[in-house]
Design a protein around this ligand. Structure first.
Ligand SMILES: Nc1ncnc2c1ncn2[C@@H]1O[C@H](COP(=O)(O)OP(=O)(O)O)[C@@H](O)[C@H]1O
Ligand SMILES: [Mg+2]
Length: 268
């Protein structure tokens, strides 16, 4: 389980915190969605929940990050990296820069964990097939489209089979097919007991994947509840979050005097 308690975070050199008293919990095997308008602090929360802020990027954190009962502040960088991995919004930030092929790029993670070659190759192949990257395994990781680079970045994380995963807008550059593949890969990770925190604008995806959703506004948690409950919240749009198609359609049908239950069979 990954747990934040009363996290108030200030970037180095800034007087005011960006996150205020944020508490949240991601259980084993749970996918928690993180939504909110631009600048509400989603990316910052991802950095704090991964332990990178303040350990690697500085700044000041009040409150605690706890991973399976261990306080992150007491862990060394490599110990932290074994427990929690983060996928950045921009896949170029993630790329190692040293791998000659996509296959090597994905294999680097498990290799760095010191796993035997056979296990490294098996995990790399599994991640490649989950994200349907077979056609580009020989390509230079520097010469990929934005969407391909994003899928390779996620495959690299999958291959590490971490206990905790933080993803900052993992599907920002993906088409519907890529988005669906990522969704399925995340579900498979969760089924193995990984806890996932996913900052994402595509509420249709979150509606399908998440057990819970947290809404941030100006660095504060303003909603934290079941995915169905939060996404159905009539104030969601005022909080800067677009409701999923399921909710918009149901409302439109009800508004037109129809029976919204008729939609359920189609949308599920
Ligand atoms: N490296 C940084 N240094 C200082 N302020 C930052 C930094 N990154 C983001 N911020 C500020 O923190 C606030 C939240 O940003 P961010 O976490 O990126 O939100 P979101 O991901 O929801 O768009 C913004 O006001 C932004 O200007
Ligand atoms: Mg962001």
């Amino acid at each position: 389980m990954l747990e934040l308690n009363g996290a108030t975070y200030r970037y180095a050199g800034y007087a005011r915190p960006v996150l205020h008293e944020v508490s949240l919990r991601v259980g084993d095997g749970e996918i928690v969605g993180l939504v909110g308008p631009n600048d509400s602090g989603k990316s910052t929360l991802c950095l704090v929940a991964s332990g990178l802020a303040p350990a690697s990027i500085g700044g000041e954190l009040k409150g605690t990050l706890t991973l399976d009962g261990t306080t992150a502040a007491g862990l060394r960088t490599f110990e932290l990296a074994e427990r929690v991995v983060i996928g950045f919004q921009n896949p170029n930030t993630q790329r190692s820069g040293i791998a000659a092929t996509v296959f090597e790029e994905i294999a680097l993670g498990p290799m760095n964990l010191g796993l035997p070659v056979v296990e490294t190759v098996a995990r790399t192949r599994d991640a490649i097939s989950r994200l349907r990257l077979e056609a580009i395994v020989e390509r230079d990781p520097q010469r990929l489209s934005g969407g391909q680079a994003q899928l390779v970045g996620i495959a690299s994380l999958l291959a590490m089979r971490p206990r905790h995963v933080i993803l900052d807008e993992p599907t920002a550059q993906l088409d519907p097919e890529g988005t669906r593949l990522v969704g399925e890969a995340l579900e498979a990770l969760a089924a193995r007991g990984t806890s996932l925190l996913v900052a994402e604008h595509k509420t249709d995806l979150l509606d399908r994947l998440c057990s819970r959703i947290v809404v941030l506004d100006a660095g504060r948690v303003v909603r934290d509840g079941s995915a169905g409950g939060v996404l159905d919240d009539p104030e969601l749009r005022e909080l800067g979050v677009e409701p999923p198609a399921r909710v918009r359609l149901t409302r439109a049908v009800a508004h037109a005097g129809g029976d919204p239950r008729a939609l359920e069979a189609v949308l599920r």
